[in-house]
Design a protein around this ligand. Structure first.
Ligand code: NAG
Ligand code: NAG
Ligand code: NAG
Ligand code: NAG
Length: 435
């Protein structure tokens, strides 16, 4: 295939060079097609949650009805698995994990559930946790081996931390804001009283094998140190530690922190780079089909291992065909519905449908798009284990490649090639309706 394409490219270039210099067209000589043309058939998503017909394993002339047991709500949410577009082929690992399928850890004052490699083997580079705290509830003082990046879904959270230089930090963030703790830095999370419901947030860790059940907790540690060692360490009488918990607290209720709480005065000073970032106050870039907001270490310096793009896509619009050169993408869907086809090379492609609360995953270099398949705004996060956000746009690539080369591959008209955008569109609107 590659050799043939290269041959066509050379042929077309030669043809272009031979053509009269006055003509801007490169179509003077048409080489013969060597492989059949791809079908013109569209392959729309066939059902959605408002469909009244029962979804069937049928597309066009292929497939047949389901006559055994059927979980209709699951099929309505995953129509492109039940009746895939004909462009799907081969094998791509599962790239969808609804948080609603995760075991939930219920505690007094909140809960936590997670997605990691154990439930989604393709997601090797990042793992996610969805956590809820009622007003005042605390995710206890702890640390872990991975960096922690967070996005507040609702309410407000007070975070505390002390770093390896004894410098401290206390901050409060609200919906749409971020925090970041480097690996090993001990911290706590607590819902403030700003929202009567407390808070809920999303955590992303830079290791697919991360488990929220394997973090290093203050209470768990002290419950596993001989009492006389504790007394010696803190230079107290052994009775001073009579009332420490015998087991971990993890999430537990408490009084809400006061407004404008300050970190204790510190001879070492506060951390050099803030551990929180008010992403909600960053203006989104308006695009023809939606909006995008990128936050990485260029604006949130401590976030050296995580970059995010927060994207909205209007009904009928689409996050354009693109890929990320070296970074896997971890998605979280906040609103609306989407479909994504992952192209994994060697003819492998598979399409997945997403609803709010779902996690998606796209390995590095896999070509993909994110299409709004509903009639409300699609809102989602693209998260990467990197310091600087990067993507490559298919349209921009072709627009900035010699037109004869593009024509030799795709046999597009000169008008279509001339119309390719040389700047990244990121989110494009609906296609013009065909005549
Ligand atoms: C390009 O398309 C035309 C039809 O529009 C066809 O006749 C021709 O064979 C095609 N060329 C290649 C190289 O596919
Ligand atoms: C779209 O809008 C219509 C009319 O307002 C509504 O009935 C339907 O449930 C909506 N959702 C989808 C997915 O089409
Ligand atoms: C959802 O499905 C219904 C019926 O199957 C269709 O009329 C409607 O256009 C679909 N909604 C969207 C947003 O595609
Ligand atoms: C609209 C539609 O379904 N188009 C095509 C999608 O793929 C099948 C094959 O699986 C074609 O037969 C359809 O025409």
């Amino acid at each position: 295939m590659i050799a043939l394409s290269a041959a066509y490219a050379l042929f077309a270039l030669a043809a272009a060079a031979a053509a009269a210099p006055a003509s801007p067209s490169v179509s003077a000589a048409e080489p013969e097609a060597t492989v059949p043309f791809a079908t013109d058939d569209p392959n729309y998503t066939l059902w959605n949650e408002s469909s009244t017909s029962t979804p069937e394993a049928i597309r066009g002339t292929l497939g047949s009805t389901v006559i055994g047991p059927q979980n209709v709500p699951i099929d309505l949410e995953n129509p492109d698995l039940l009746a895939p577009p004909s462009t799907d082929a081969g094998t791509i690992g599962n790239a969808k994990w609804p948080m609603g399928l995760s075991h939930n850890r219920l505690q007094t004052g909140g809960w936590a559930r997670q997605q990691n490699e154990a439930v989604m083997p393709v997601a090797t580079e990042m793992a996610g946790v969805n956590m809820r705290l009622e007003v005042g509830a605390i995710r206890e003082l702890h640390w872990h081996k991975t960096d922690e990046w967070a996005y507040v879904l609702k309410g407000s959270v007070q975070v505390s931390a002390v770093d390896q230089n004894g410098q401290n930090y206390l901050g409060t963030v609200g919906a749409g804001d971020l925090w970041y703790f480097p690996a090993g830095v001990p911290h706590s999370l607590q819902a403030t009283a700003d929202d009567p419901d407390g808070c809920e947030f999303l955590l992303v860790f830079d290791d697919g094998a991360f488990s929220e059940d394997a973090t290093f907790l203050l209470t768990d540690w002290l419950a596993h140190v001989p009492k006389e060692v504790i007394a010696k360490n803190f230079q107290t009488d052994i009775s001073a530690f009579d009332h420490i918990p015998a087991q971990q607290l993890y999430i537990f209720p408490s009084a809400a922190p006061p407004d404008n709480a300050q970190a204790p005065e510190n001879p070492q000073g506060t951390v050099p780079e803030a551990y929180t970032f008010k992403m909600s106050q960053v203006a989104a870039t308006q695009l023809s089909g939606g909006t995008v907001k990128v936050v990485d270490s260029r604006t949130f310096p401590v976030s050296v291992n995580t970059a995010v793009a927060e994207v909205t896509v209007e009904p009928g619009a689409m996050r354009e065909l693109h890929w990320h050169p070296t970074q896997d993408e971890w998605n979280y869907f906040l609103g609306g519905t989407a479909r994504i086809t992952l192209f994994g090379s060697t003819g492998n492609a598979r399409t997945f449908d997403y609803q709010p609360g779902d996690v998606g995953y796209i390995p590095a270099s896999y070509g993909h798009y994110v299409e709004n398949t509903g009639n409300t705004t699609l809102h989602f996060l693209e998260i990467f284990k990197t310091n600087i956000y990067q993507d490559i746009s298919l349209t921009q690539w072709l627009a900035l490649t010699p037109p004869a080369l593009v024509k030799a591959h795709l046999n597009l008209s000169d008008e279509v090639i001339a119309g390719l955008s040389k700047t990244k569109q990121v989110v494009v609107g609906p296609a013009p309706s065909s005549s």
